[in-house]
Write a protein that binds this ligand. Structure first.
Ligand code: CTP
Length: 404
């Protein structure tokens, strides 16, 4: 964190005292920490404590302009490499979601373009209130990274979810956001995304709900981490990220061809696409005409692309086996299905999500994922923007490739 400026916003909850530990951890890792406290926070912990730990004056009042050459909230918003809000009350989360700027912290949060990490802390019923749930989803879809509260004894007397994450965990999340941009430099990465289209005739087809957003986030972040990225893209309404080589395909068979011809060259293959398991047996060349009261379309199995990659890896033990990352969208028994797919298709990692959970389904901007490796669960990624989920997947993959 040396040379990085972190704005630490503290809002008014009892967990404000833990922000002192967080502040001193960030300072000990080399960050320049600028602390903003709300009035509520200053009732729990004195600004002098945070001033002493950060070795800088603490800002509490947006109108307390000490340096006439700058406007302080803009100056701090611009200087920040990262903003952390810990603890974040339901109130400050609500203000962020609504774009309200009525004090030093909320004004700085609105003015900054730096990444934001939010560590909420509140009563369990407040955390579960639909208003708070909506606000968290809204912020996560805008790219705010959440460090979810823990479960345990709460200061209000309840036992439940709402306890501020440990300062160590918040500091780690901040460090991973500030991690070096060359994590995947020199690697050739193939990412598949979108839902395949299996045609019945020239105007009709079978597809699925995949939006392509997760694959696009993976392609974009891989490029930012320095990789040379090919994005093999089936049906999607989203615009693919810039700076990557986009190959458009329609069906599972087309995708199979585009992926398999890159075996031996690609260092990493990510199968984020939702590939249809079946295609119509007959593809009519002309538009089908109505005939009878019912219509039966016979389907046949599509090739399994990930399985083909796994088989290629097994057949080429000394070849240039790509590191493979599969996906498993499930509606229950996540671990069982994910581990079965990982073993069958010889993946290095599999990213599983329960698409029945709010914020984790197809088409959302957020995801909740469990990442499995051959030895089992390696990480549970809480509700986060697909972009952050993508970054975390790359960090895990890069670590494992390095070990290998
Ligand atoms: N996959 C693939 N080719 C297929 C089907 C799936 O490459 N024909 C990939 C997907 O892109 C994903 C992984 O395999 O990365 C798991 O897909 P999924 O459909 O969940 O797995 P299946 O083995 O088809 O299992 P299920 O019976 O649940 O559909």
């Amino acid at each position: 964190m040396t040379g990085k400026t972190i704005v630490l916003g503290i809002s008014g909850g009892i967990a404000a005292y833990k922000a002192a530990t967080l502040c001193s951890r960030l300072v000990s890792w080399g960050a320049q920490v600028r602390v903003i406290m709300t009035d509520g926070a200053a009732r729990f912990v004195t600004p002098l404590t945070l001033q002493t730990l950060s070795r800088h004056p603490v800002a509490t009042d947006v109108f307390d302009e000490r340096d006439p050459s700058v406007v302080q909230h803009i100056d701090w918003a611009d200087a920040a490499d990262l903003v952390i809000v810990a603890p974040a009350t339901a109130n400050v989360i609500g203000k962020m979601a609504a774009g309200i700027a009525d004090d030093m912290l909320s004004t700085t949060l609105l003015a900054t373009t730096a990444p934001i990490v939010v560590a909420p802390a509140m009563n369990v019923h407040m955390w579960e209130h639909p208003a708070v749930v909506d606000n968290v989803l809204k912020l996560a879809s805008r790219g705010v990274r959440f460090v979810e509260p823990g479960t345990g004894q709460l200061a209000c007397g309840y036992v439940g979810k709402g306890r501020l994450a440990e300062p160590e965990e918040i500091a780690e999340a901040a460090a991973s956001l500030l991690a070096g941009p060359r994590l995947l430099a020199g690697l050739k990465i193939v990412v598949t995304a979108g839902g395949t289209v299996e045609r019945i005739d020239p105007v009709r087809y079978v597809t699925n709900d995949s939006s392509g957003k997760m694959g696009f986030a993976l392609a974009e972040t891989a490029r930012e981490y320095g990789a040379e990225v090919t994005l093999i893209c089936a049906r999607t309404d989203e615009r693919p990220p810039g700076g990557v080589n986009v190959v458009r395909v329609e069906s599972a068979a087309d995708m199979f061809d585009e992926v398999t011809k890159r075996l031996g060259d690609a260092d990493v293959i990510v199968k984020a696409a939702a590939v249809a398991d079946y295609r119509p047996l007959v593809r009519h060349d002309t538009k089908m005409k109505k005939d009878g009261e019912t219509l039966t379309v016979e389907f046949v199995r599509n090739p399994d692309i990930l399985q083909a990659i796994g088989d290629w890896k097994a057949a080429h033990p000394d070849g240039k086996a790509p590191f493979t990352i599969g996906f498993a969208a499930e509606t229950g028994d996540l671990e069982k299905y994910a581990m079965d797919k990982l073993k069958r298709k010889k993946c290095d990692l599999i990213v599983a999500n329960d698409v029945s959970l709010p914020g984790a389904g197809f088409g959302t901007d957020t995801n909740i994922a469990s990442v499995y490796a051959p030895e089992g669960l390696v990480e549970s990624i809480p509700l986060s923007a697909k972009r952050w989920v993508a970054e975390r997947i790359w960090q895990l993959a890069a670590e494992r490739m390095k070990q290998a």
